[in-house]
Design a protein around this ligand. Structure first.
Ligand code: TRP
Length: 452
């Protein structure tokens, strides 16, 4: 085959920050705290931890492995690694293509609100300790079709221009700068929150479990979060894996990313809950926690404007790497399978998201009444992707690797062709993805869906 050299990450550090950049995102700062708050704190956290270890990490390892083994986009990977006569596996890649667009349709919308909030924090528009006033400001942003869409397009414009620059010069270069900055800002916020008088109940809430709140629906939510957090089940990790270097230790890298991502979530929780409790706000505010409770919480504290601005800048930064990784799935498929240049593939992807984003962005205004299963387009896209497509993709990836791809190949890939001496680990992963992981996903999925 006459191929020019494929783009890819350039160093171990580059792989780590880019992959972490994908995992860390609105999931840590918007979803994790709001879901933890709404589902009773530490009990939910524990279930989420178990889901991450038993389900998330094994899927992340084998998904990344598939990409590196085939060195191709999500669709072509299955074409290359599936046995002859089983072309059906490519559907998993196409499912990922669809899931990426669906997720971005609402994800880029939320990122747009965050960008808008940076300016609202600086201008003082959200400087209020009355959650009702904060709710009105948020309401007027999300119910205004023009501003919702414009901010979403700003997000797509920025991330789209980065993705056009490529994997090493775009994704990796940006992650190298943003990820360290993100950690610094997060630590600043934690220091502020923990030094507030009355911070303790917030920590208790985050770290002492209440198991009475754990229902099947909550289990499904925790599992969905584990998938969403690690960017697995739809080809993002597969695509990033295809850019890993040959000497990369996949289990070690993915474990580090998982732990770092978890730390970011916990730090976000530590930055948020002590402050929420210190000023007597409601931790169970749900998805509006970040946009309604947070401004009120920050306004109530000394130095509030500065810390509030930092908070929204931090959140915006986190969203960049995650969106880049979502974009990369369709961009890689379009450019490698249809021979589009990278620029054209990126452009088509952005346009598709902008279109799908319209009903999602208008979910609080014009399309609020378009209900499917009782959900507006925004909630539906979120539900379909996190709670349905990602777990389903996860099951299929496990079944493929565990029952079709097989142990000898898995051992070769995860052991870097005999150089890593991690046989016990490969055996554990193989056992998990053959039985434990897909069965637990299936059980939670079926159980959780009956409830809805
Ligand atoms: N992990 C990111 C977050 O927590 C979101 C994300 C990026 C994602 N790529 C993904 C979620 C792929 C699911 C699938 O914000």
């Amino acid at each position: 085959m006459n191929q020019t050299k494929r783009d890819g990450f350039t160093s171990t550090f580059g792989v780590l920050v880019a992959t972490l950049g994908s995992a860390v995102g609105l999931g840590n700062i918007w979803k994790f705290p709001s879901l933890t708050g709404a589902n009773g704190g530490a009990g939910f956290l524990l279930v989420y931890l178990i889901a991450t270890l038993l389900v998330g990490l094994p899927v992340m390892i084998v998904e990344t492995m598939l990409g590196r083994a085939a060195r191709a986009n999500a669709v072509s990977t299955f074409e290359r690694v599936a046995p002859r006569g089983q072309p059906g596996w490519q559907a998993v890649g196409w499912m990922g293509f669809a899931a990426a667009l669906l997720i971005m349709a609402f994800y880029s919308g939320v990122a747009g609100w965050v960008y808008a909030y940076i300016f609202k924090a600086i201008s003082g528009e959200i400087a209020t300790t009355d959650p009702k006033v904060a709710a009105a400001v948020f309401g007027s942003l999300v119910s205004n079709p023009v501003s919702s869409l414009l901010w979403q397009w700003v997000v797509l414009g920025i991330t789209g221009s980065i993705i056009m620059m490529g994997v090493a010069k775009g994704i990796e270069a940006v992650a190298r700068k943003l990820m360290p900055l993100l950690f610094i800002l997060l630590l600043v916020l934690c220091a502020r929150s923990l030094t507030l008088p009355g911070a303790m109940p917030g920590l208790t809430f985050l770290f002492s479990p209440d198991f009475s709140k754990i229902t099947p629906a909550v289990l499904l939510t925790a599992l969905g979060l584990a998938f969403f957090k690690l960017s697995i089940g739809m080809g993002t990790m597969l695509t990033y894996g295809s850019y890993f270097r040959d000497d990369q230790n996949i289990p070690a890298t993915t474990t580090r990313v998982m732990l770092a991502d978890l730390s970011v979530s916990l730090l976000a929780g530590i930055a948020i809950f002590p402050a929420v409790f210190a000023f007597g706000f409601e931790p169970a505010a749900g998805p509006s926690l970040v946009f309604m409770t947070i401004p009120a919480v920050f306004t109530a504290m000394p130095g509030g404007t500065v810390f509030m601005t930092i908070f929204f800048i931090l959140t915006a930064i986190a969203s960049v790497g995650a969106i880049l990784s979502l974009l990369e799935v369709p961009v890689a498929i379009l450019s490698e399978r249809f021979g589009f240049g990278r620029k054209r593939a990126s452009l088509y992807t952005i346009l598709a998201i902008a279109l799908l984003g319209v009903p999602a962005a208008l979910s609080q205004s014009l399309s609020a009444e378009w209900k499917v299963f009782g959900m507006n387009p925004f909630d539906l896209f979120d539900f379909l992707s996190s709670n349905l497509l990602l777990p389903l993709g996860g099951i299929l990836i496990c079944v493929f690797v565990g029952w079709v791809y097989g142990f000898p190949e898995l051992e070769k890939q995860l052991g870097n062709r005999g150089t890593l001496h991690n046989a016990w680990l490969v055996k554990t992963v193989f056992f998990l993805i053959r039985f434990v992981t897909p069965l637990s996903i299936a059980a939670v999925l079926l159980h959780g869906l009956k409830v809805f």
